[in-house]
Design a protein around this ligand. Structure first.
Ligand code: NAP
Length: 302
C-alpha cells in the first residue's frame, strides 16, 4: 500500500517540483492542495482547490484523505508583502498552520512543516538548528510562532527550515533570485543586486531530497536546517547565473541593501550550518554552480 501524503502549497516552487518528482513513484499517493488548481489528476495523485485558512475544510479534507503524512508548505512567503499585509500574513501563515495542526491531530498524521532562514537576525552566522531565533521581519515572526505552535502540539512533527531557494517554477508563481534575474537579463534589462546579503542558496531538488530523507528515515519531533554549500552574496549569485546562462555581466550592478527603500528589513547573513543535514540525513550540500547546472539540464534534458 502506498503512503498517503497530503501536501499543501501544490503550486509553489517546492510543491510543484515535489509533485513532478514523485509523479511516477508508486510508493506515495499524493493529494495536493492550493487555492489555484493547475495540475491534472492522475491515477496516483489528486489536486484540490482549498484554502488553509478554512479550518473545517482542512479537517474535512484530511479525514477524507486520511494521510500518513501532511507536508505543509503553503504560506505567504513574500517578505515585503507580509510586512505590508500583516493581518493576512498572520491569517495564512499562523492561523492556517494552526488549522493544519488541528487536521493532523484529528487523523493522527505526522506533520512536516516548512520554516525559514528568516527566523534569524543574520548577525551571527552560521546558523545551526539550536541557534537563537530572532526574526527581523513579520514573515519571519509568523514562522517562529508556527514553530512554537507545532512543538507545543500533541502530534508527531518535523520542522524543515529552508534557506532561500531557487529552481524552475510554474509561470504563475513568484520568481526566485535565479528565475527573476534570468527574466530580466533575457530582456537585456539592467539590474541592481545587493552585495551585502549572504545566503547558502538552496536548489529546490535538495529541499525535496531532505523531505524524502526525513520520511524515509522516519525522523520525528526534530528540526533540520537545509541549505546549499558556499555562503555567497546575491550579487555573486547573479554573476554566476549570468555566466551559466550566457548573459552579459555588464547588465548587473552591485548595490548595498540600503539602496532599496524596502518595507521589510533584511537580515544580512543567515547562512546555515549544514552539519546536521550532512550527518543525519546524509545529504551533501551542492554549490550554486552545481545547482545552476542542474537547472540547465532540466531546461534541456536532451
Ligand atoms: N522559496 C524560498 O526561498 C523559501 C525559503 C525559506 C522557506 N520557505 C518556505 O518553504 C515553503 C515553500 O516555499 P515555496 O517557495 O515553494 O512557496 P511559494 O512558491 O511561495 O508557494 C506558496 C504556496 O502556498 C499556496 N498558498 C498560499 N496561500 C494559501 C492559502 N491561503 N491556502 C492554500 N494554499 C495557499 C500557494 O498556492 P495558491 O496561491 O495557488 O493558493 C502556493 O502553492 C513555504 O512555507 C515558505 O515559507 C521558502
Amino acid at each position: 500500500m502506498p503512503d498517503r501524503i497530503l501536501l499543501t502549497g501544490a503550486t509553489g516552487l517546492f510543491g510543484s517540483n515535489f509533485v513532478s518528482r514523485l509523479k511516477k513513484n508508486s510508493r506515495y499517493r499524493i493529494t495536493a492542495i492550493s487555492r489555484n488548481k493547475i495540475f491534472k489528476n492522475s491515477a496516483d495523485h489528486r489536486f484540490l482547490k482549498a484554502d488553509i485558512t478554512d479550518k473545517k475544510e482542512m479537517i474535512r479534507i484530511s479525514e477524507k484523505v486520511s494521510p500518513k503524512i501532511i507536508i505543509h508548505t503553503a504560506s505567504l512567503g513574500n517578505v515585503d508583502y507580509c510586512q505590508m499585509h500583516q493581518k493576512e500574513a498572520w491569517l495564512v501563515n499562523v492561523e492556517g498552520t494552526r488549522n493544519i495542526i488541528a487536521a493532523a491531530q484529528k487523523v493522527k498524521a505526522w506533520l512536516i512543516f516548512f520554516s525559514t532562514n528568516a527566523i534569524y537576525d543574520g548577525r551571527k552566522p552560521p546558523y545551526g538548528e539550536d541557534s537563537v531565533r530572532k526574526p527581523v521581519d513579520f514573515y519571519g515572526r509568523t514562522k517562529a510562532v508556527s514553530e512554537d505552535d507545532i512543538r507545543r502540539s500533541k502530534i508527531s512533527w518535523v520542522i524543515i527550515r529552508l534557506m532561500t531557494m531557487y529552481g524552475w517554477h510554474q509561470n504563475s508563481q513568484r520568481p526566485n533570485p535565479v528565475t527573476w534575474l534570468i527574466s530580466q537579463l533575457e530582456k537585456s534589462r539592467s539590474v541592481k543586486v545587493v552585495n551585502d546579503v549572504y545566503n547558502n542558496h538552496l536548489y529546490v531538488g535538495q529541499a525535496i531530497d531532505a523531505v524524502l530523507k526525513v520520511v524515509g528515515l522516519n525522523k520525528k519531533n526534530d528540526t533540520f536546517n537545509i541549505a546549499g554549500s558556499g555562503c555567497i552574496s546575491r550579487f555573486d549569485l547573479a554573476l554566476k547565473v549570468a555566466d551559466k546562462f550566457h548573459f552579459d555581466r555588464k547588465y548587473i550592478f552591485p548595490v548595498s541593501s540600503n539602496f532599496f527603500s524596502r518595507l521589510a528589513p533584511r537580515p544580512p547573513n543567515t547562512c546555515f550550518s549544514t552539519a546536521k543535514m550532512e550527518r543525519e540525513l546524509k545529504i551533501k550540500p551542492i554549490s550554486a554552480d552545481e545547482g545552476l547546472d542542474l537547472m540547465k539540464k532540466e531546461m534541456d534534458p536532451g
